[in-house]
Ligand binder design. Sequence first.
Ligand SMILES: Cc1cc2nc3c(=O)[nH]c(=O)nc-3n(C[C@H](O)[C@H](O)[C@H](O)COP(=O)(O)OP(=O)(O)OC[C@H]3O[C@@H](n4cnc5c(N)ncnc54)[C@H](O)[C@@H]3O)c2cc1C
Length: 384
Amino acid sequence: MAHVVIIGGGFAGVWSAAGAALARRDADLRITLIAPNEHLVLRPRLYEPEPDLAKVELGRILDPIGVRQLRASVDVIDTARRVVVADGEKVAYDRLILAAGSKLVAPTDLPGAERLFDIDTLTGARRLTDHLRGRADHSAVVVGAGFVGLEAATALAARGRVLLVDRSEVVGDALGPGPRAEIEAALDKLGIERRLGTTVTGVGAGHAVLSDGTRVDADAVVWCVGMRAGELTRQIPARLDHLGRVPVDHRLRALPEVFVAGDMAAAAFDAEHTVMQACQHATPLGKVAGYNAAADLLGMPLRDFTPGPYVTCLDLGAAGAVFTRGWDRRVMASGADGAAIKSRINQAIHPPVDDAREILAAADRVHIELPFFPRAEKDAAPAT
Ligand SMILES: Cc1cc2nc3c(=O)[nH]c(=O)nc-3n(C[C@H](O)[C@H](O)[C@H](O)COP(=O)(O)OP(=O)(O)OC[C@H]3O[C@@H](n4cnc5c(N)ncnc54)[C@H](O)[C@@H]3O)c2cc1C
């Protein structure tokens, strides 16, 4: 029987599995998802105070739709022989979907690097929460005033003092000027001190050393800079992009038998942009890659990947959230209105569980139904 193998149990892997199961219907086709984790981790929620709430048991999604999970890590992909090796076990495939995600690039040569915290994984977020639990008025240094660093800093500000450090001279540099005024107002409101044009050059017990030579108190230094596709992409014979991603065509195919989804895929968003390493793209990429891998084996027409409008919703803790639309990140809602949208998005990213019909129907709706603030639809020019 033909075999679709998926590597990765994040948004892209899970939705690839559901997409493949949708295309399979009653046909004879085996679908196996290989991932070491028992849960789908909802990484966008890991800045929250209880990170263990940000997970969904994989079995509750995969079992109802007849997808087998192999709890293992893949270390070898042999595209010539169409085999992967997972914890020593060889698994042959007819179509492969590579969806093993991305990782924070943590510094290794920084003195005290082993003391750094992060919120990139459930283990990392738990370690930070456990470390700060019970410390009244803790001090934290957050390195990186990008999307993840801003969410970490504004969440930590509810529980203590926060210093936000960034090499750039502005906060949210990569987000552009669109939401900057809202972000700066939120940081002011929450009393978050900034040291811009600066970075952390060392970490010791209870302190951090900054590049300007200052030593600052820090119960925790949280590293939030840099995300890259996992190393498995290097085993695909292709020219990777600057984020280590594999280029794919509009059907998310990289090689005749290999599709790529999620944070590992450099798929075109439009003529100017590739997709972001973001859940809002990992989900539809997974649905389309999975469907296409199975459809290809079953002789059915493949689907094109057609992304929905690009939006962001940045949680700013007690100062609300800022919701933007388009690549210039025009602000559509902020404060409490933004927070209401963020909370709906954080619910919308939970896949349905236990019910095959619901899971397959969701796999057939390629885009997450984002709860747009009404003004977003009325005022927005089409996303570029
Ligand atoms: C703190 C934080 C906040 C974020 N906020 C947002 C947001 O607001 N909006 C948004 O759109 N995105 C956000 N993101 C990004 C989003 O979480 C990622 O883009 C998304 O998780 C990517 O999904 P993925 O399935 O491609 O990869 P991942 O979620 O990284 O999943 C990868 C999976 O592959 C498995 N795996 C890895 N290596 C192997 C291997 N060798 N063998 C087998 N399995 C393997 C992993 O165990 C995991 O199951 C945020 C990320 C973080 C960390």
